[in-house]
Design a protein around this ligand. Sequence first.
Ligand code: FAD
Length: 299
Amino acid sequence: MLHLDQIQSVFEEIDYKLNEPLKGYTYTKVGGPADVLFFPKNKFELAKIVHYANKQDIPWMVLGNASNIIVRDKGIRGFVIMFDKLNAVTVNGYTIEAEAGANLIQTTRVALYHSLTGFEFACGIPGSIGGAVYMNAGAYGGEVSNILVSAQLLTKEGEVITVEGRDMKFGYRHSMVQDTGAIVISAKFALKPGTYEIIKQEMDRLTHLRELKQPLEYPSCGSVFKRPVGHFAGQLIMEAGLKGRRIGGVEVSEKHAGFMINVADGTASDYEALIAHVIETVEQNSGIRLEREVRIIGE
Ligand SMILES: Cc1cc2nc3c(=O)[nH]c(=O)nc-3n(C[C@H](O)[C@H](O)[C@H](O)COP(=O)(O)OP(=O)(O)OC[C@H]3O[C@@H](n4cnc5c(N)ncnc54)[C@H](O)[C@@H]3O)c2cc1C
């Protein structure tokens, strides 16, 4: 049971906010409040929060940069943990180690600064390191699984373990973290020595491609749907005549039909209704049932 009056005495040294609206943290700019939103500064604080929640039977979940989730309008009961304060990035030879809350885009810039190649594919993915490992984030032919050496995890039972990249059961936008419910604490990536100018050119090229194709000027959660085998979700949505279709304040992007943008103070309910409408209409039109990539959480 969650007794808010106990939180202060139990978590004196840990930063948290009570009843904190999540729309200020999510890329979609929608989402109701978290009962308690924690910002642990190290893995010991993280373990303490999880341990307490488990013991008291309080539901908890972690969020990275909230770039691949939709939080429902009534928010999230229990504890939400964010990693903004666990964000160190260290370089050791050709290896980069980054804590869960490190910004993925910033981490690719650290690689560039050290003339290390292999991370260019991620230079425009607005997630955190933890979220990127969880999702096996990828773009333009690269993905996290190609460069991950190992990840440090906090298991659901509260144990800190290190898992080798080859044991992470990576698949398309999938890792074993999704099956086990563990928390990514940090990740180690193996890169190769490269040439600063060439790495920068590639990152500039990929950034330019994104700016051309994606509606980055609006709040969104990136591609809403997984790529169906042999097809592109955006293409199927376009062929179903859904470009520009709007429910409430949320719209299927004219620029990239795989994106849904929050154009006018939209809500999570608008997102959910539009997603359901798109899935149904695309299936009627093409026979293909789109599968969501973005996660929908909360009440
Ligand atoms: C404009 C835009 C462009 C995008 N382009 C791409 C792209 O090219 N390729 C791509 O793959 N994705 C893309 N995305 C989606 C998103 O950025 C990625 O999926 C990213 O990896 C999500 O990371 P996050 O930290 O934001 O995770 P969140 O959205 O915060 O969370 C996603 C899931 O990860 C879990 N999670 C987060 N942190 C941890 C942790 N430390 N331990 C355990 N679980 C955790 C959460 O519980 C949740 O279930 C895009 C999104 C946007 C808005």
